[in-house]
Design a protein around this ligand. Structure first.
Ligand SMILES: NC(=O)c1ccc[n+]([C@@H]2O[C@H](COP(=O)([O-])OP(=O)(O)OC[C@H]3O[C@@H](n4cnc5c(N)ncnc54)[C@H](O)[C@@H]3O)[C@@H](O)[C@H]2O)c1
Length: 322
């Protein structure tokens, strides 16, 4: 990996991945793209190369990759779970159409390829505890349907055309730099913002609902480590189970209360996102990622909470009233 193109770079993951890869590879070796124009003066524009790209436009997609002589493609542009459930046809067209274009560009230009799948690629018939790497995948959401189809398509491009495709099933990602894009696990980000702004949070996910989660620095490390992994060690490719922690709302509340003892939480459950959460695993078995490319996350729940509250307090400034 010497020169990388990233799609959907203004999102929760992309904004932090661009920063990391610009440091690792040099700003001139990261071609950041998104369908949206970044805010004037934002570092994504001022500190490196940015281009507008709608991933459903194959000709422009290929031209940007070709003109910039990239050797690696990280495809992030997609619609997330809750938004995809609201617009299922649009989600199918974007998630599958964009991925097909990305894989074709990778095939034609012989690029190393990474795209994330999700815990959403599992469904209610998947074993919920210690969910194996290879298991039943019958998701009941449009997001999940696109994610499991995407995993299969990436495996197909690897086996049929020899494209070096790699991927992970991300759990809910928690971060303070860029707000999440409309996923089911977003409550675990919102809760930190509300703790600092109001000292209170109404959780849209119900008591007892366990889901896998990971702090963004570990997620970015996972992308970079898997892209740098020795391909001869990879028995799996699309996509590895990864997770750093599994908790339910009461546990994240308790973790925040260790730092902010007066923090309170109630429930105002959203049936749509609760339904999605109920169809997902409680906790993943990540042993294949550990064995095949030494996956080892650094943050557990309490360590993440301390860092999130500290960094968010700085970011929120006067808005942080508690
Ligand atoms: N964030 C998570 O918790 C999480 C968990 C599991 C998997 N994932 C996966 O990781 C990937 C990135 O997620 P994210 O959280 O950064 O998403 P996000 O919603 O924060 O960002 C997606 C970005 O894609 C861009 N985009 C939308 N349509 C586009 C188009 N037609 N062409 C180009 N760009 C377009 C958006 O402008 C946005 O900047 C997705 O595939 C998602 O499914 C994320």
């Amino acid at each position: 990996m010497k020169k990388v193109m990233i799609t959907g770079c203004l999102g929760q993951i992309g904004s932090e991945l661009v920063e990391r890869l610009r440091k690792d590879l040099g700003a001139e070796n990261v071609i950041a793209t998104d369908v949206r124009q970044p805010e004037a003066g934002s570092p994504i524009l001022t500190e490196g190369h940015f281009e507008i790209l709608d991933v459903t436009d194959y000709e422009k997609f290929k031209k940007i990759a070709e003109d910039n002589h990239v050797d690696t493609l990280v495809h992030l542009a997609a619609l997330l779970s809750a938004v995809a459930e609201a617009k299922p046809k649009f989600a199918w067209d974007l998630n599958m159409g964009g991925l097909e274009n990305a894989l074709e560009v990778a095939r034609e230009l012989k690029l190393l390829f990474f795209t994330p799948s999700s815990i959403g690629a599992f469904g209610p018939s998947t074993p919920a505890d210690n969910t194996p790497q290879d298991t039943i995948q019958r998701p009941t959401t449009m997001y999940g349907v696109t994610k499991v189809s995407g995993e299969l398509l990436c495996d197909y491009y690897h086996k049929r055309f020899g494209v070096d495709t790699r991927g992970v099933r991300f759990p809910g990602l928690i971060s303070y730099k860029t707000l999440p894009g409309g996923g089911t696990t977003d409550y675990a980000v919102d809760i930190y913002y509300e703790a600092l702004k109001k000292g209170h949070y109404d959780s849209f996910i119900g008591k007892g609902t366990k889901m896998d989660m990971m702090y963004m620095p570990d997620a970015i490390d996972a992308i970079v480590d898997l892209l740098n992994a020795d391909p001869s060690r990879l028995k799996h490719r699309n996509a590895f189970n990864i997770s750093a922690m599994s908790f339910e709302p009461e546990e994240i509340k308790a973790s925040i209360q260790k730092v902010m003892p007066n923090f309170t939480m109630d429930y105002d459950v959203d049936p749509v996102r609760q339904g999605i959460a109920d169809s997902w695993p409680n906790s993943l078995d990540v042993s294949c990622a550990k064995e095949e490319w030494d996956f080892s996350p650094k943050y557990d729940l309490d360590k993440m909470t301390v860092d999130m509250l500290e960094k968010l307090r700085i970011k929120l400034g006067d808005e942080a009233k508690f």
